[in-house]
Design a protein around this ligand. Structure first.
Ligand SMILES: CCCCCCC/C=C/C(=O)SCCNC(=O)CCNC(=O)[C@H](O)C(C)(C)COP(=O)(O)OP(=O)(O)OC[C@H]1O[C@@H](n2cnc3c(N)ncnc32)[C@H](O)[C@@H]1OP(=O)(O)O
Ligand SMILES: Cc1cc2nc3c(=O)[nH]c(=O)nc-3n(C[C@H](O)[C@H](O)[C@H](O)COP(=O)(O)OP(=O)(O)OC[C@H]3O[C@@H](n4cnc5c(N)ncnc54)[C@H](O)[C@@H]3O)c2cc1C
Length: 636
């Protein structure tokens, strides 16, 4: 029945202050206020409806996305929303669109790598959306290997311009989001050539389309690369293909004067290339920035799937009826708990590691401005490794949540298939996860060679086993006289172990902070222990081989896990309520707040276009003749 909370009995079991946990999850009372207010604003506005996406054609879907993006921008302007509120609105609109790349990469790239004059020229236009930008780095032939990019930018000292060109088919820009049909400008990455000498890959701000009639400019061939995984999903985004045919570009990110911010190489008007004395990898700065945002995004995506699966697991009953009584809630099965609760713990773990990574990125950015590059290698390794770890775990976790919901998890109305289809490219974009782990492995090899066996003593006591595991895995690999390439598969495992150590240690550090609210810290301690012991159980071979735990310890850890699951059980619904997601944002009948699942599933089925007619299109043309044929056969 509408208006009845079918999960009230579950909510009444909670042993902690849910409102206080909502503040912890949001990060602060202010952050909670903004999230709560904006999510409800979006949920209450029919202009942001999203329940019809799976029934639209690609062109209808894309046009609807453009409508929503324009409507969102009008809402932001009309309500005079702050940058923080606007970002939250785009988040809760929950639709991959060109705006993700405009706000998430194009603007950060100019802020992070542009010179003062370039920022003064381009940022006001970009902030007002009078230009729409994309980040055009990947090419048809190269994505992971940035130094393999083929697009060229040749400086013409006669005209004081750069000539951007795609010399080969494989140099076509391929994948940039927003490029296919919308972006008017791109930050295009190309090999800088000055006076016949090559100076590596740099970023260039290039106009692609006319601001008058949106037609591609002279020398620009641009379009969409076609349908992607899943039906709705990421097909709301126009990932594009772009070829330059000797395009004149006067706005190089590498152009002219000294940057106030980080660094840029300079090409003086006399055509002299001046490389600043900073690491060339700072040209990758935007990717590092986005990778740390992707870690925070992982906690959002995983928590969303876990919220759906937890609420549905409390609603769904199957088997176990005693004397005609109610069947057992599937959330009470130990197998369901052993699959679901580690994902719940991971969602919280990723939330806190995302908070720490945001701090680490801000710290390294501040240091870079003072030409202090000392923490750059660690920042690169952490953002790369944690992006890899959290996106892999989240993609796998969303799929596990779908399976935890049985058959109904496979319905679009569960919200899980779409969530999975939109999320999984996170394991690839912003750096293929294996390629990024190899970067971590390289960092670990260097660290071991510099520090000797002890990678770091700066870890909380509770992580000794985790630290010893990493050291052991590295010693096993580094001690062997074989090349990095030969050992790379093993070194990637050590890289994963290193990142898991970071997540566990930062969760423990979070618990050492003052955390207000009845029972809140206790719940987080349970979740932290679940995260740490679940991984210890999953990788117990590594831990046993280090000798720092015995088989008895491993058995005790497993017993403790079962006990911890029992402690979470009465609080499970409250722990996912703490994410404070609206039904609109969840987009899931299985995860609806009131748990009134079956009537909503049944009602939703009849709204499918296929049910607009009792007899389906095609019956008279294909089925009826078939049946007639069967009748003839039957008479034989
Ligand atoms: C919020 C927005 C929504 C997002 C939606 C999704 C949009 C998606 C966008 C994209 O996908 S944009 C394109 C993303 N592409 C990539 O991530 C490419 C991945 N590849 C690379 O980053 C690099 O090619 C590489 C794998 C790091 C290799 O780079 P390179 O060949 O130049 O260096 P190496 O020889 O491996 O290492 C040299 C040296 O440099 C250090 N280093 C490498 N990268 C960085 C970095 N980013 N920051 C700092 N330092 C870096 C590396 O550790 C080596 O150091 P040493 O060992 O020599 O000390
Ligand atoms: C949805 C989506 C959106 C995107 N948006 C953008 C965008 O806006 N702008 C942009 O510039 N790009 C974008 N990209 C491109 C993305 O950044 C690249 O696809 C990504 O960096 C992976 O590179 P690749 O495709 O070349 O993969 P490859 O590197 O070709 O990977 C293929 C396989 O080779 C393996 N491999 C590669 N190198 C090594 C190695 N050295 N050692 C071991 N294994 C290796 C990989 O692990 C993987 O298994 C997007 C991609 C997707 C899917």
């Amino acid at each position: 029945m509408e208006g009845v909370d079918h999960l009230a009995h579950e909510r009444n079991k909670s042993e902690f202050d849910v409102d206080a946990m909502k503040i912890v999850w949001a990060g602060s009372p202010h952050a909670f206020d903004v999230s709560d207010r904006i999510s409800k604003l979006v949920a209450s506005d029919p202009g942001f409806r999203k329940d019809n996406r799976s029934t639209l054609s690609r062109k209808e879907l894309f046009k609807n996305t453009l409508r929503k993006a324009a409507y969102a921008w009008k809402t932001i302007v009309d309500l005079r929303l702050s940058e923080e509120e606007a970002a939250k609105l785009r988040f809760y609109v929950d639709e991959p669109a060109f705006t993700d790349l405009h706000w998430g990469m194009f603007i950060p790239a100019i802020k992070g790598q542009g010179t003062e004059e370039q920022q003064q020229k381009w940022l006001p236009l970009a902030y007002k959306m009078q230009i729409i930008g994309c980040y055009a780095q990947t090419e048809l032939g190269h994505g992971s290997n940035v130094q393999g990019l083929e697009t060229t930018a040749t400086f013409d000292s006669q005209t004081d311009e750069f000539i951007i060109h795609s010399p080969t088919l494989t140099s076509s820009k391929w994948w940039p989001g927003g490029l296919g049909k919308v972006a008017t400008h791109a930050i295009a990455y190309a090999r800088l050539i000055v006076g016949g000498r090559e100076h590596g890959v740099h970023g260039f701000i290039v106009q692609l389309r006319s601001l008058e009639d949106h037609s591609p400019l002279l020398g620009i061939t641009v379009g969409d690369i076609g349908m992607k995984f899943g039906n709705g999903a990421y097909n709301t985004m126009d990932n594009g293909v772009l070829q330059f045919d000797h395009v004149l570009d006067v706005y190089s990110i590498a152009f002219a004067s000294i940057a106030v911010m980080l660094w840029v190489s300079q090409v003086t008007c006399e055509g002299k290339y001046k490389q600043s004395d900073v690491p060339r990898q700072l040209v990758y700065g935007t990717m590092v920035y986005v990778r740390q945002t992707i870690v925070a995004d992982a906690s959002c995506a995983l928590s969303r799937a876990v919220c759906i699966a937890t609420r549905y697991s409390a609603v769904r009953r199957q088997f176990g009826s005693q004397n005609g009584g109610p069947e057992t809630q599937v959330i009470d099965y130990k197998t369901q708990q052993s699959r679901l609760f580690p994902l719940l713990a991971s969602a919280y773990a990723f939330r806190f590691i995302g908070e720490w990574l945001k701090w680490l990125y801000a710290d390294v950015t501040q240091r870079l401005q003072a030409n202090d590059f000392s923490t750059l290698p660690e920042a690169h390794a952490c953002t790369a490794g944690l992006k890899s770890l959290t996106t892999t775990a989240t993609a796998d976790g969303i799929e596990e949540c779908r399976k935890l919901c049985g058959g109904h998890g496979y319905l679009c109305s569960s919200g899980l298939p779409e969530l999975f289809a939109v999320y999984v490219p996170a394991c690839t974009y912003e750096g293929d996860n294996t390629v990024l782990l190899l970067q971590v492995a390289r960092f670990l090899m260097k660290t071991v060679s510099q520090l000797g066996s002890r990678l770091s003593s700066k870890k909380p006591v509770g992580t000794i086993a985790y630290m010893t595991r990493v050291e052991h895995l590295m010693q096993c690999r580094c001690g062997v006289q074989r090349g990095f390439a030969e050992l790379s598969a093993d070194l990637v495992e050590a890289a994963v172990a290193h990142c898991q150590l970071i997540v566990v240690s930062k969760f423990i550090e979070k618990l050492q902070q003052e955390i207000p609210g009845k029972g809140v810290k206790q719940q987080l301690e349970v979740l932290c222990n679940i995260y740490a012991l679940f991984l210890l159980h999953k990788h117990q071979g590594d831990f046993l081989s280090t000798g720092c735990i015995t088989p008895k310890h491993a058995a005790l850890a497993n017993d403790e896990l079962r006990s911890l699951y029992s402690q979470v059980r009465p609080n499970a619904i409250a722990l996912v309520d703490a994410f404070n997601y609206t039904d609109h944002y969840l987009g899931s009948i299985l995860g609806c707040y009131d748990g009134n699942v079956y009537p909503k599933l049944y009602e939703a089925a009849w709204k499918d276009p296929l049910n607009e007619s009792v007899v389906p299109d095609g019956y008279h043309l294909y089925i009826r003749p078939l049946l007639k044929q069967e009748i003839r056969t039957a008479r034989l």
